[in-house]
Write a protein that binds this ligand. Structure first.
Ligand SMILES: Cc1cc2nc3c(=O)[nH]c(=O)nc-3n(C[C@H](O)[C@H](O)[C@H](O)COP(=O)(O)OP(=O)(O)OC[C@H]3O[C@@H](n4cnc5c(N)ncnc54)[C@H](O)[C@@H]3O)c2cc1C
Length: 370
């Protein structure tokens, strides 16, 4: 058990968070709120935030939170989701920025034309009564049958799931980091090593320009580069790149009753969002590697040969993709305390936005209890 003076001393400790994607930003935010002296290191930490030319997986993301429609009710993945859904509500009120009220849009609707999937929707609703999920009524299904020119078997609406606008959220969080006086270091970490000098901070970080800094704690949130940074310490962390793609469609001038569209519409494993007048975003996690393939894009557009006419006639007005780091032979995400003062919060191959607050909190607890 730590004494109060040990706790105060700990809060004066210096932590470096490596990587300023959503995992690193939220870890820095959480540790900053806890009173630690935090450095956030990334060559892109001051880069423009946009998804026209995404600088990392985070800027490419769609920011969808599918926390409540998760079918399990126990285990690590469920607990992380459950915790995060609660924390996001709190965090969004704390992010003191004029745009923060526009960041989270709800609800989420999922449609299906498979009997098996419909049955699991019915079971989900039965098992998770308190999560604000309902089956779609006939009138709503008729609307989506009309939109997708099909005969759906059913669907559900999850009132508390939805979408965090990633670009607005990152801007708001970055602004909060400034208010918390988090030190942003625009640099590339080349190597980390243990400090063997007594009375000095435990860890040394070597930056690209040969500067080096000593730290009490290091949290690595550097996605696909994690294995490289840890190699000299002998740790083997295996991650592979998995691409996510987004397509923005411009539709012919047709009224699709946009006010009836939810924040997120999920159908045929594709997420749809009404974006701006007559524009729809479509996103999916489709392929391994880090180069987009034309075939996968065409498959997404064909929607398993169920694409409605309005989609076939639409033009692609914009598209982007981003690399996600998937752990090999381990469940995502990788939350680990490798040794005293050295932690990782990475391998967010999907759901990086969804799980970010619970993962940041896990890191905070580990540091507090070390
Ligand atoms: C198209 C697409 C759609 C997605 N949609 C969703 C969604 O709807 N909902 C959801 O929850 N998730 C979604 N995801 C997944 C989500 O974006 C990722 O899980 C998340 O962004 C991963 O964040 P990260 O911080 O781990 O990694 P990244 O965002 O990749 O950030 C890693 C950072 O580390 C930095 N770095 C690397 N090496 C070093 C070094 N040596 N020194 C310093 N810094 C370094 C990089 O510059 C980078 O900025 C989507 C992803 C994509 C690509």
């Amino acid at each position: 058990m730590q004494t109060n003076s040990q706790k105060t001393e700990k809060k004066q400790s210096e932590v470096s968070v490596i990587g300023s994607g959503i995992a690193g930003i939220t870890t820095a935010f959480h540790l900053g709120k806890k009173g630690y002296k935090v450095n956030l290191i990334d060559p892109r930490v001051n880069s423009e935030i946009n998804n026209l030319n995404p600088k990392n997986g985070t800027q490419a993301s769609l920011g969808i939170l599918m926390g409540n429609i998760y079918k399990r009710s126990k285990g690590r993945a469920f607990l992380l989701r459950n915790k995060s859904m609660k924390l996001w509500k709190e965090w969004l009120t704390e992010i003191n920025y004029y745009e923060s009220s526009f960041i989270f849009k709800k609800p989420l609707i999922k449609l299906t034309n498979s009997k098996k999937e419909y049955q699991s929707m019915v079971e989900l609703i039965e098992n998770k009564k308190e999560y604000g999920i309902e089956l779609l009524d006939k009138k709503t299904l008729d609307f989506w049958n009309f939109i997708f020119e099909t005969k759906l078997i059913g669907g559900l609406i999850s009132h508390e799931d939805g979408r965090l606008n990633p670009i607005k959220l990152i801007k708001a969080l970055m602004h909060s980091l400034d208010q918390l006086e988090i030190n942003k270091i625009e640099n590339n970490v080349i190597q980390i090593s243990k400090n063997d000098k007594p009375h000095e901070k435990r860890w040394n970080i070597l930056l690209e320009d040969n500067q080096s800094i000593n730290q009490d704690y290091i949290v690595i949130c550097s996605a696909i580069n994690t294995q490289k940074i840890l190699k000299s310490l002998g740790y083997k962390i295996f991650l592979e790149p998995i691409l996510g793609q987004v397509i923005e469609l411009e539709l012919e001038d047709e009224n699709k009753d946009w006010e009836k569209w939810p924040a997120i519409l999920n159908y045929q494993s594709i997420n749809f969002m009404h974006h701006s007048p007559n524009h729809v975003l479509m996103g999916a996690t489709v392929e391994s590697g880090n180069k987009p393939s034309l075939i996968k894009k065409q498959e997404m557009l064909k929607m398993n040969n169920t694409a409605p006419k309005w989609m076939k006639k639409a033009i692609i007005s914009h598209e982007w993709n981003g690399v996600r780091a998937r752990p090999i032979n381990e469940p995502a995400p990788l939350l680990k305390e490798l040794e005293v003062g050295l932690l990782i919060n990475t391998g967010h191959y999907r759901n990086g936005f969804l799980l970010a607050p619970a993962c940041a909190e896990w890191i905070g607890l580990k540091i507090e209890n070390q």
